[in-house]
Design a protein around this ligand. Structure first.
Ligand SMILES: [Zn+2]
Length: 279
């Protein structure tokens, strides 16, 4: 750098801080306008350094800081060199104090970074809110599933009651009683039976079937037992079974219930728990 250029080196910091006045300001402006690559690069370096400092501080400088600087410049006896020294010092102080915000371009960048931080914070908040909403949807979905199960059960019960009423209204429907046998003498059963429409078995006081076992209903017609469905009982020993009509069977002589392997069998193998009297 030539000795003639030294005065401009001293003015760069003041220019970037907006602290130059009068002759210094117009001389440096004219120098820049005339095109000086060294000063242009120096201005950019200062602005970038100030922008970094501004990003860290993010506050506008108090007005008195700038006034204090200008006052010190004004008091200097050997004006030009003092201006350079004071402004170089001022620039370093300004970096720490956040006076960088006075440089408008850097100030905009600093504000932009602050806004980005704010957006990042908002995005984190939105993610948390979204996660909460997803959880709510899961909870609602589970409740809905539970309600659908209940509804299915209620519909099945309603359909069974409707069918029972229809059966009872048919003059061909018979009500058959089943009595408990040796394994469980106190057990009882009733069958509403209609040869064309089928029927409904209700059993009571049966013991819970052991693991791997199930109760099977038999319809004995012409001396031959036909499988008529499987059922189990609840904790109170009650069981229900909707019985489909038996193809080609006009009259059932005896209904009986035996304990069979899970999945049922095609002819009875286990102990008989319930049986109707011969019709
Ligand atoms: Zn220059």
């Amino acid at each position: 750098m030539s000795p003639a250029h030294e005065e401009f080196d001293e003015l760069v910091a003041g220019h970037v801080l907006g602290a130059l006045e009068g002759e210094d300001a117009s001389r440096f402006a004219a120098h820049l306008a005339g095109g000086c690559a060294a000063c242009e690069r120096a201005v950019i370096d200062y602005q970038e350094a100030l922008a970094r400092a501004a990003a860290a501080v993010r506050e506008a400088p108090p007005a008195r800081v700038r006034h204090a600087l200008l006052q010190r410049v004004g008091e200097a006896p050997a004006r030009r060199s003092r201006v350079g020294q004071v402004l170089a010092w001022a620039a370093s102080v300004a970096l720490a104090a956040g006076i960088a915000a006075a440089v408008s371009g850097s100030w905009v960048r600093a504000r932009y970074e602050a806004r980005l931080d704010q957006l990042a914070g908002e995005a984190a908040g939105l993610r948390a809110a979204l996660a909460a909403q997803v959880q709510t949807v899961f909870d609602l979905r589970r409740k809905l599933d539970e309600q659908e199960k209940t509804l299915t059960l209620v519909k099945a019960q309603a359909a069974e009651q409707e069918r029972t009423l229809a059966l009872l209204g048919d003059p061909e429907t018979r009500l058959v009683s089943l009595a408990g046998l040796a394994p469980r003498p106190q057990a009882q059963g009733r069958i509403i039976w209609n040869a064309r429409a089928g029927g409904l078995l209700v059993a009571a006081d049966l013991p819970a079937p052991p693991e791997g076992k199930v109760y099977e209903l038999w319809a004995i017609a012409g001396g031959k037992p036909l499988p008529a469905g499987l059922f189990t009982v609840d904790a109170e020993g009650k069981g229900r079974l909707a019985v489909a009509p038996l193809a080609g069977v006009a009259t059932v002589d005896v209904f009986a219930v035996t304990l069979e392997p899970a999945g049922g069998v095609q002819s009875p193998t286990g102990a008989m728990y319930l049986a109707s009297k011969q019709a």
